[in-house]
Ligand binder design. Structure first.
Ligand code: FAD
Length: 393
């Protein structure tokens, strides 16, 4: 291991993804943002180079290289294109339900297709009336013979219309609050399911974000994940492990924006010298780099915790802290990058305005920054109580 504490294998794979990102994805990034079309060519690139495999165990058709390397791959791709980084993050988000709660038959049926990238997947929790308060969802699932019949809708679902498999949450017992929620695996061609709307957005232009409608949608009972009523717990366990994927996207945006601003500052001259020689610009660059490195510390720590076998209870706070720090750093750093480029930062010929628009969503999805703070504080309160009891007993 070198100073960066990556193994030779990890560094080799990171460098491979970095090269793909720089040579094949970066030249497409502006067009992906402008076109608002899902970049299937990037999916194909990931398939050909087994990049999806980084998120799956060998037994499930993946590479088994661990959580840290998956995060690093999302970071490397997001340095040049946050939409493409999100494709990887959501392949993890949409498959975690299967990995954490799927039975052997379900895993064998779906995980190899997700590990190869043959199928893209999605995670459908949010509804028009329930985002942060996800337990207030209104979509229902009623058992009918060998099926569950789903009725209702979901909003803001990433990969709507391009996913082959959706993890859908619905209430099997609406009177039981969050204990009445169940999780289902739903294939895209299930009768009674339709994507009814795609949202125009501020950023991540190539990613689809859509509304799903379920109208008497019959999902086989064999596709129930875990037991009835376990859906909310599954949803939260998934988010504990998937939020760092968004943190990695944010970190990539922050580093990409910093790197671009640095190169620009070396060549743009004012008052007879490159702006990189002005101390106020240097201070900005120094803060951008330092904050980004600090955020990386929290994120990689999470990856190492997972790879070291940390249990769910230990991951909750570390995951929320990584998401909170990386998202806030991405927003601040991307905004500073625009400032360093001056007027050029504000126009589309330069990529930093895209970084700034893309950074904003990392403070919102997979739990807003306010929700991350609530989670962190809740975990702190639990820890402090345990400490006090230990001291006084
Ligand atoms: C582009 C995009 C992609 C998305 N992808 C997915 C996806 O793939 N799957 C999915 O299920 N969802 C997805 N979402 C939904 C996203 O996770 C939610 O939008 C987010 O969780 C916030 O929910 P909300 O929009 O309903 O806001 P609200 O919950 O209405 O929150 C509004 C504001 O109030 C604050 N707030 C809410 N409750 C509290 C509280 N208790 N204390 C303090 N402040 C609070 C919030 O932080 C926020 O600032 C996506 C959203 C977008 C925009």
């Amino acid at each position: 291991m070198a100073w960066d504490e990556l193994t030779d294998e990890q560094r080799e794979i990171r460098d491979l993804v970095r090269t793909l990102a720089r040579e094949r994805i970066a030249p497409r990034a502006a067009a992906i943002d402008e076109s608002h079309a899902f970049p299937w060519d990037i999916v194909e690139l990931f398939r050909e180079n087994d990049v999806f495999g980084l998120f799956f165990d060998e037994a499930d058709g993946g590479l088994g290289t661990g959580a840290l390397l998956g995060l690093i791959a999302i970071e490397e791709v997001s340095k040049v294109c946050a939409t493409s980084g999100l494709i990887l993050a959501v392949q993890e988000l949409g498959s975690l339900g299967l990995k954490l709660a799927g039975n052997d038959e379900q895993k064998q049926r779906y995980l190899p297709r997700l590990a190869s990238g043959e199928w893209i997947c999605a995670y459908a929790l949010t509804e028009a009336g329930s985002g942060s308060d996800s337990a207030a969802m209104r979509t229902t699932a009623r058992r009918d013979g060998d099926d569950y019949v789903l009725d209702g809708s979901k909003r803001f679902i990433t990969n709507a219309g391009v996913a082959g498999l959706y993890t859908v949450f619905a209430k099997t017992d609406p009177a039981a609050g969050h204990r009445g929620i169940s999780a289902f695996l739903m294939e895209a061609d299930t009768p009674g399911f339709e994507v009814t709307r795609l949202e125009p957005k501020m950023g991540i232009g190539g990613s689809t974000t859509g509304e799903l409608a379920f109208d008497g949608c019959r999902v086989p009972a064999a596709n129930l994940l875990g037991a009835e009523g376990e859906g909310f717990t599954i949803a939260m366990r998934i988010l504990d492990r998937s939020r760092p994927g968004i943190a990695a996207q944010a970190l990539g945006i922050a580093q990409g924006a910093t790197d671009y601003a640095l190169e620009y500052a070396k060549t743009r001259e004012t008052m007879g010298k490159p702006i990189a020689q002005h101390q106020l610009i240097q201070a900005k660059l120094a803060d951008m780099e330092t904050e980004t490195e600090a955020a990386r510390g929290l994120l990689y720590r999470f990856g190492r915790m997972v790879d070291g076998g940390a249990d769910d209870a230990e991951l909750t706070k570390a995951s929320a802290m990584a998401k909170l720090k990386c998202g806030d750093v991405a927003m601040a750093v991307a905004t500073d990058a625009v400032q360093i480029l001056g007027g050029y930062g504000y126009i589309k010929e330069y990529p930093v305005e895209r970084y700034m628009r893309d950074a904003k969503i990392t403070q919102i999805y997979e739990g807003t920054q306010e929700i991350q703070r609530l989670v962190i504080a809740r975990e702190m309160l639990k820890e402090s109580r345990a400490f006090l009891l230990a001291e006084t007993v």
